[in-house]
Design a protein around this ligand. Structure first.
Ligand code: ACM
Length: 596
């Protein structure tokens, strides 16, 4: 949809920089513009930018400056903070000053966002004046971990999809790609020592989801080690660290299907899971399994230079261990509090194994249950309580509380989309996430240094393809990106909404199937309250007005304007829609029968 209210702000950057001072005039990127690095450390950043900008502009930008020509100059400035930059856009010269290559890269990302949205096109665009508003910008990130997680196991996504995901992360100055690579429903990483992991474990007979009945369609795929190296390198050019996740001890059905001896019940039939949910057949804590996983990690470490390695740790039922005489004996011999604490034994072993090799382990917050290994980093997804428990023990944390950060949940309750979790996170909710309110002032203020940062997660159960993935991830990825990058004093949802039209231009330029829920009416109410109850109708589009009806007819711009609170009774039907100031309808019609 063409955004009719488009506020012609020339400066519309996401994430919002620390300070922006607009100046008169503009800089025009032309065929003779040079992109010049004044510091060898920034040469690659400059070269990559010339190459990237050559696509939409068709210009072969120069590496050397003509005497009087326009230029974009990268220069070293030790006074800039890590990953920070100063961007000065003048009529003939753009200067990016940074103390490290990441800062130089982010300065150029900001410059690119000053250009028309089509500067992000993956094809040549004709007839565009590549103008950037003159300005002075100072900027630096709020936290070091600005992540996005992607589950490539429930469904397999091609390399190109992963690269596009990385491109969008780079555009949003996100720097940690948490890549979920092993699961019950598919093992996605080639391991040379164990070819059956991908020959067998990467394929399932069909997909039944949460239903009994499958679709009869074989599904699978995996990333070869060459493809993984290529992706890691692609990410490196974009200042993104790829953090692989190899799940243990649970979510292991695909590995067990390939090598049944890794389970406590090797003689029972095994297969790669075709349904979603938590599976009881998990890795057996035997020397054989440990030896297997060590060899897997040896190859993983060779592929991924990341300091952090994610070992999963979530949702591991202990039934198979409790039923196993071997496990009961082992727990006794080890002096553990019970069989359940074999999870701790697993985590402790691989924490030591990986630490000896210079890496740091991350695990989902279940690694805190029972005994905890204090050198691990806790990824808190079941709300904030696990993060709080970890912080109280001075353990480092990364936060992705599902109610704000699980972008596989729908963006709106009125989207006509495949069956999902029946939970939704609007753009507004994603943006207005407030960890201080959840964690509490005193703990947050005393120990916020332990928070490495935040990330959004995109789990795949309801995301069968790239189009749906794009729909789930965008534009909410912009919300978590701004949350992670911009300090609270620079963040404001209403202001963010004024920058969304330009964001959509950028996404359109890449042909991304982002959600249009931004244009829809949001219904807020307290589900606990008796009828009649107050209902709030909201729309995030700046300047939009909501018109509504109660007689079953479709509202138009002459229908009553919705008050901020509407009193509704059981059985009432409200139809509502946003309209621009010119009376143009926005989004899709919202129909709600209350009390149903
Ligand atoms: C998770 O959502 N099981 C980490």
């Amino acid at each position: 949809m063409k955004f009719l209210l488009a506020i012609l702000l020339s400066i519309s950057i996401i994430p919002q920089p620390s300070s922006v001072t607009e100046k008169g005039g503009s800089f025009t990127l032309g065929p003779r513009t040079a992109v010049v690095s004044h510091c060898p450390e920034f040469d690659e950043v400059a070269a990559d930018f010339r190459q990237e900008m050559a696509v939409p502009t068709g210009y072969a930008l120069a590496a050397k400056r003509h005497l009087f020509g326009r230029a974009i100059i990268l220069e070293k400035d030790e006074s800039q903070p890590a990953e920070g930059y100063r961007l000065a856009v003048g009529r003939r010269r753009v200067k990016v000053s940074a103390s490290d290559a990441a800062g130089a890269f982010y300065g150029l990302q900001t410059f690119r966002q000053l250009l028309p949205g089509s500067a992000y096109s993956d094809k040549k665009v004709d007839g565009v004046a590549w103008k950037a508003q003159c300005c002075h910008i100072e900027d630096a990130p709020r936290v070091a971990w600005r992540g996005m997680q992607l589950d490539c196991c429930r469904y397999f996504y091609p390399v190109e999809t992963v690269k596009e995901f990385l491109d969008m992360m780079a555009m949003h100055k996100q720097n940690r790609f948490h890549w979920h690579l092993t699961e019950d429903q598919g093992w996605r990483i080639e391991i040379k020592a164990f070819p059956r992991l991908t020959e067998v474990g990467a394929w399932r007979d069909e997909t039944a989801g949460y239903d009994e009945k499958g679709d009869g369609i074989r599904h699978g795929g995996f990333y070869t080690q060459d493809e993984i190296r290529d992706i890691v390198e692609y990410a490196r050019h974009r200042f993104i660290t790829v953090v692989p996740e190899i799940e243990l001890p649970g979510h292991a059905s695909a590995a067990i299907a390939a090598y049944p001896e890794l389970s406590c019940t090797p003689d029972e039939p095994k297969k790669v899971a075709t349904t979603w949910g938590i599976k009881k057949d998990v890795f057996c804590p035997s020397p054989r399994t440990f030896g297997f996983l060590e060899k897997v990690f040896d190859e993983v470490l060779d592929l991924f230079p990341s300091k952090y390695i994610h070992i999963g740790g979530d949702e591991c039922p202990k039934d198979a261990w409790r039923a196993s005489a071997y496990c009961r004996n082992l727990a006794r011999e080890l002096g553990l509090s019970g069989v359940d604490d074999l999870q701790y034994y697993f985590v402790k072993h691989f924490d030591s194994y990986l630490r000896e090799r210079g890496r740091t382990v991350i695990g989902w917050d279940e690694i805190l249950d029972g005994s905890a290994v204090e050198s691990t980093v806790v990824m808190s997804y079941r709300g904030h309580k696990p993060a709080m428990r970890a912080m109280e023990r001075d353990m480092k944390v990364i936060l992705c509380p599902n109610r704000w950060c699980y972008y596989d949940y729908h963006q709106n309750e009125i989207e006509d989309l495949p069956k999902n979790h029946h939970l939704f996170i609007t753009l507004r909710k994603a943006y207005n996430y407030d960890p201080v309110a959840q964690i509490g002032d005193s703990l947050y203020n005393a120990k916020s240094d332990l928070i490495l940062g935040w990330q959004a997660c995109v789990w795949g159960e309801f995301i069968p393809d790239t189009k749906q993935l794009e729909h789930q991830a965008y534009p909410r990825a912009a919300a978590i990106a701004e949350f992670c990058w911009s300090r609270d004093e620079n963040r404001d949802f209403a202001d963010f909404c004024t920058r969304i039209p330009k964001e959509f231009e950028r996404l359109d330029a890449r042909g991304i199937n982002y959600s249009k829920a931004f244009y829809n009416v949001i219904v807020n109410m307290n589900l606990e309250e008796d009828y009649p109850r107050d209902v709030e109708l909201e729309i995030d589009v700046p300047g939009a007005v909501i018109h509504y009806t109660t007689d079953g007819t479709e509202p138009d711009a002459s229908s009553p304007v919705a008050p901020s609170l509407l009193r509704v009774d059981k059985g009432d039907v409200i139809k509502a829609r946003g309209f621009t100031a010119d009376g143009e309808p926005l989004g899709v019609l919202m129909t709600r029968e209350f009390g149903k």
